[in-house]
Write a protein that binds this ligand. Structure first.
Ligand code: CDP
Ligand code: MG
Length: 167
């Protein structure tokens, strides 16, 4: 089944200048990139992305990680990959959540580490189900940022809507 999945190159991936290496590894999947951008992660966005983990003991540290406070680097790179079995293909190349347990030839096995705090600094995020992928893609991307139709859209008038445009 063709499907979409969200990948995020986390702040450590950008800080360690691993973007090229990670994209090269992901290109082994032969999946299509249908969305890509660089985002400065706010507290609100980080909390929404990891809302299902809010009761975990590592949640505060995880929030500091994804918002860039651990690395002095609040940029992340969200990407949407599309194709046959995309979710599993990306999860396989990403490797296990715990970088110590991850196969060394996977992205997390090669580039991840465990911090003294116990946090898994594992370089990329990858959606783990199609429901999760849909929720996450809708959180990180607008319909206009995706190069193919993906989920149902609607058009709404926003007369009082303010938007930043180039001057
Ligand atoms: O990212 P993945 O789906 O593999 O794992 P998760 O269970 O959804 O957890 C999200 C992120 O929280 C992980 O990628 C790790 O960065 C972090 N985490 C951690 O530091 N310690 C754990 N015991 C579990 C997750
Ligand atoms: Mg997860």
């Amino acid at each position: 089944m063709e499907q979409a999945t969200l990948v995020i190159i986390k702040p450590d991936g950008l800080k360690k200048s691993l973007t090229g290496n990670i994209l090269t590894r992901l290109s082994e999947t032969k999946l299509k990139i249908i969305g890509a951008k660089v985002v400065a992660v706010t507290e609100d966005l980080g909390k929404k992305h990891y809302s299902h983990l809010q009761d975990q003991p590592f949640f505060d540290e995880l929030l500091k990680y994804i918002t860039g406070k651990l690395h002095g680097e609040n940029r992340v790179m969200p990407l949407v990959y599309w194709g046959e079995n995309a979710i599993n293909k990306v999860r396989e190349i990403a490797g296990a959540t715990n970088p110590e347990e991850a196969n060394p030839v996977t992205i997390r096995g090669a580039y991840g580490r465990i911090l003294t705090s116990g946090l898994f600094e594992n370089v990329i995020h990858a959606s783990s189900s199609s429901d999760e992928a849909e929720r996450e893609i809708k959180l990180w991307f607008s319909p206009v940022d995706i190069s193919r139709p993906l989920y149902p859209v609607e058009e709404i008038e926003q007369p009082s809507h303010k938007e930043k445009v180039w001057r």
